[in-house]
Design a protein around this ligand. Structure first.
Ligand SMILES: *[C@@H]1O[C@H](CO)[C@@H](O)[C@H](O)[C@H]1NC(C)=O
Ligand SMILES: *[C@@H]1O[C@H](CO)[C@@H](O)[C@H](O)[C@H]1NC(C)=O
Ligand SMILES: *[C@@H]1O[C@H](CO)[C@@H](O)[C@H](O)[C@H]1NC(C)=O
Ligand SMILES: *[C@@H]1O[C@H](CO)[C@@H](O)[C@H](O)[C@H]1NC(C)=O
Ligand SMILES: *[C@@H]1O[C@H](CO)[C@@H](O)[C@H](O)[C@H]1NC(C)=O
Ligand SMILES: *[C@@H]1O[C@H](CO)[C@@H](O)[C@H](O)[C@H]1NC(C)=O
Length: 463
């Protein structure tokens, strides 16, 4: 009992001690220096002499560490949510950060906007507790990502999105085995995606979109078994997609759009049972719509526009009950539009514009009315409708309505025709499949004959 009382007393005494001392002087001075290098607020030290206790500031958090029991700065956050504008014009990333060795989280948003700032190698070597590093939307943060990055072994979240970083993604990144989220999007990173990326075994989010990355997708991506979001869109990636990517069984989003990736889409993608977003538009896939898409039951959004896709729209797509958006525009799809697409309960955008689809369109009116302008069927000259059509309302290029599909040479003639004879189209629009018995040539003949008769009549009358 006595020893317990003694222990309690010792604890109370020690609490008192550090309440008075607050934190170690070296760390406090380092914090003042860091704030001075970022904020347009020279009196910060005077206003916050005890930043961990009596005079807190919303962007700084501290924790007590035992032995010796003093406060340490563990979080620094700077951004427009704390003060606006958040930083001074000459803001830079200060080396004084290295004297805040207990930092777990450092986030700086929209701060380095004017004078050039850079990541420095020691940042990743010295902060051994750093779990969360987010330097985002800093247009003046440029230069390379130091390869010392591989030493920041505690990192769980690394976001360097929307800066002006360039150079290559360091090979050493593969050492960050605890990393769960990696976002390097919207920079100017070049070179290839390193094979070592397959070492990031804990990764659930990988976003490298909007850079200048080239080369093939590394097959080691298939090792990232926990990956839920993979976004490599808007780069210069090329070559075929490795079958191994199909091993990413937990994927919810896959975006490889706006690259130079070739098809076909691997059969192994048929195992993406959680996939909701498949965004592959603007790639020279030059393949058919894969049949297995129809078996990916969770799909809500599919975009394969401008992929050089040929062949029919597989009817298997009509079993995707959760589908909300389907874009297959600017391809070479041919054949009919499966009418069952119009029965998908959640479909809210259907873009099949600029293909070679043909045949009679038979969507229910409710579907046409629900989608309105989000039903885009422009530029399919072989399509026709047996009803007065609503889908053409927004169209600058009225759809073609004929008896069934036409052959290539006739189609081209007609394309020329209606570009030069715009007004006539208003009448054409009201035609239906069953009422277009007269061919265009016969119509023209009729008009011509009427004109000749009128001229002859007039000249007779005038005489
Ligand atoms: C900002 O810091 C980086 C890295 O420490 C340094 O290279 C650069 O010269 C600094 N820029 C200014 C304007 O001080
Ligand atoms: C991106 O980097 C390339 C060279 O790698 C350079 O030519 C280009 O100007 C850079 N773009 C931007 C927006 O910084
Ligand atoms: C469609 O195919 C033709 C010939 O096969 C090709 O010339 C054309 O570029 C293709 N169109 C698209 C949009 O891929
Ligand atoms: C359909 O796709 C084309 C080509 O990508 C695009 O220009 C058009 O705006 C899209 N239509 C709709 C309704 O989204
Ligand atoms: C066409 O759409 C308008 C509203 O956009 C609707 O009032 C009209 O009933 C539709 N016509 C047909 C034939 O579906
Ligand atoms: C396509 O139409 C043209 C003009 O009407 C015709 O001469 C030609 O025989 C048709 N070709 C085919 C394959 O039907």
């Amino acid at each position: 009992m006595a020893s317990l009382t003694l222990l309690l007393l010792a604890f109370l005494l020690s609490t008192n001690t550090f309440a008075a001392e607050e934190m170690e002087e070296e760390e406090l001075l380092a914090l003042f220096e860091v704030m001075g290098s970022l904020l347009d607020y020279p009196d910060w030290p005077q206003a916050h002499p005890f930043p961990c206790t009596d005079t807190p500031w919303p962007g700084v958090k501290c924790e007590i560490c035992q032995a010796p029991p003093v406060f340490h700065v563990t979080q620094i956050h700077i951004g427009p949510d704390i003060l606006d504008p958040p930083c001074k014009i000459s803001a830079n990333l200060s080396h004084a950060l290295l004297n805040l060795p207990y930092l777990k989280s450092l986030s700086i948003f929209s701060c380095f906007t004017a004078s050039p700032a850079a990541l420095f190698p020691a940042l990743f070597q010295s902060l051994s507790y750093l779990e969360h590093l987010a330097l985002q939307s800093n247009p003046a943060l440029s230069g390379v990502i130091p390869s010392s990055l591989g030493n920041a072994a505690s990192l769980r979240v690394l976001s360097l999105s929307q800066n002006s970083l360039n150079g290559e993604i360091p090979q050493a990144i593969g050492g960050l085995v605890h990393l769960q989220q990696l976002d390097l999007s919207y920079n100017n990173l070049s070179g290839e995606v390193p094979q070592t990326i397959g070492g990031l075994k804990s990764l659930s989010i990988l976003d490298l979109s909007w850079n200048a990355l080239k080369g093939q997708l590394p097959s080691s991506l298939g090792n990232l078994q926990l990956l839920q979001k993979l976004d490599l869109g808007s780069n210069k990636l090329q070559g075929k997609i490795s079958q191994k990517l199909g091993m990413l069984k937990k994927l919810v989003l896959l975006d490889l759009s706006h690259n130079f990736i070739n098809g076909p889409i691997p059969e192994s993608f048929g195992g993406f049972e959680h996939l909701e977003y498949l965004i592959l538009d603007h790639n020279p896939l030059n393949a058919a719509v894969p049949l297995f898409l129809g078996s990916l039951e969770k799909l809500t959004s599919v975009s394969l526009s401008e992929c050089g896709i040929e062949g029919p729209i597989p009817t298997s797509l009509t079993s995707l009950k959760t589908l909300t958006a389907l874009s297959l525009a600017n391809n070479n799809l041919s054949g009919p539009i499966p009418p069952e697409l119009g029965e998908l309960p959640n479909l809210d955008l259907l873009n099949l514009s600029h293909n070679q689809l043909s045949g009679e369109l038979s969507f229910p009116n409710e579907f046409m009315n629900k989608l309105g302008k989000r039903l885009d069927l422009r530029g399919n000259y072989g399509l026709c409708s047996s009803q007065r059509r609503n889908f053409s309302v927004h169209s600058d290029e009225p759809p073609y309505c004929l008896n069934g599909a036409r052959n290539e040479s006739e189609k081209q003639e007609r394309t020329e025709d209606y570009k030069s004879i715009q007004p006539a189209w208003n009448q054409w629009e009201d035609n239906s499949c069953s009422s277009t018995n007269l061919s265009w040539d016969k119509d023209l003949m009729l008009v011509f004959c009427a004109f000749v008769v009128a001229v002859v009549l007039c000249s007779v009358l005038l005489e």
